[in-house]
Design a protein around this ligand. Structure first.
Ligand code: HEM
Length: 145
C-alpha cells in the first residue's frame, strides 16, 4: 500500500507544504511570539519529521537529534490551547494552499496526525519534570485511518 509520504508527493511535496505553513506561523500574531524571528533550520527539520512519521526516510531520527531533540525544542514553551488550535488551523490551511492531495482518507490522516502531535507538544511544553512529559519517546509511524 502507498505510504502517506508517497501520497503527499514525497520530500518535495512535504517541503512545499511546510514552507507555506512556517511562513503563515511567523505571520500569525498568536504564534509568532513563540517562534521569534524564526530559525533557518525549522523547515528542514519539520519536513524531515513529517516525512519520517508518514513512512518516508528516517533522517530526522538518524541525523537531526530525533525525538529527544523534539522534546527539548518544546520544553518550557507553555503552549496555550488557543495557540495549539491556531497551529492546527494553519497546518490544515497550508495543506490546501500548497496543493496537498485533498482526498478524504489523506486529509483524515493529516488531521489526526496534527491533532495528536499538538497535544503531545502542549503537554511537553508544560512539563516541569520528565515524569510530566507525554510517554511518547520515538517518532510515531502514522497510518491511513
Ligand atoms: C502545539 C503547537 C506547537 C507549537 C506552538 C510549536 C512551537 C515550536 C517552537 C517555538 C519551536 C522551536 C523554534 C524553532 O525550531 O523554530 C519548535 C520546534 C520544532 N517543532 Fe514545534 N510546536 C508545536 C507543535 C509541533 C508539532 C505537532 C510538531 C510535529 C508534528 C512539531 C515539530 C517541531 C520540530 C521538528 C521542531 C524543530 C526541532 C529541531 O530543531 O530539531 N512541533 N516548535
Amino acid at each position: 500500500m502507498e505510504t502517506l509520504f508517497e501520497h503527499a508527493g514525497g520530500e518535495e511535496g512535504l517541503r512545499r507544504f511546510i514552507e507555506v505553513f512556517y511562513r503563515s506561523v511567523l505571520a500569525d500574531p498568536l504564534l509568532q511570539p513563540l517562534f521569534g524571528a524564526g530559525k533557518a533550520s525549522h523547515v528542514g527539520h519539520l519536513t524531515a519529521f513529517t516525512a519520517e512519521t508518514f513512512g518516508g526516510p528516517d533522517t530526522f531520527s538518524k541525523e537531526m537529534g530525533g525525538f529527544p531533540a523534539l522534546i527539548d525544542a518544546h520544553r518550557g514553551l507553555k503552549i496555550e490551547e488557543a495557540q495549539r488550535q491556531r497551529f492546527v488551523e494553519l497546518y490544515l490551511a497550508a495543506a490546501d494552499t500548497a496543493g496537498l492531495p485533498a482526498d478524504d482518507a489523506f486529509r483524515a490522516a493529516l488531521r489526526s496526525h496534527v491533532e495528536f502531535g499538538t497535544e503531545v507538544a502542549v503537554q511537553n511544553s508544560h512539563a516541569e519534570t520528565d515524569d510530566q512529559l507525554h510517554p511518547l519517546r520515538e517518532v510515531p509511524r502514522w497510518e491511513w485511518e
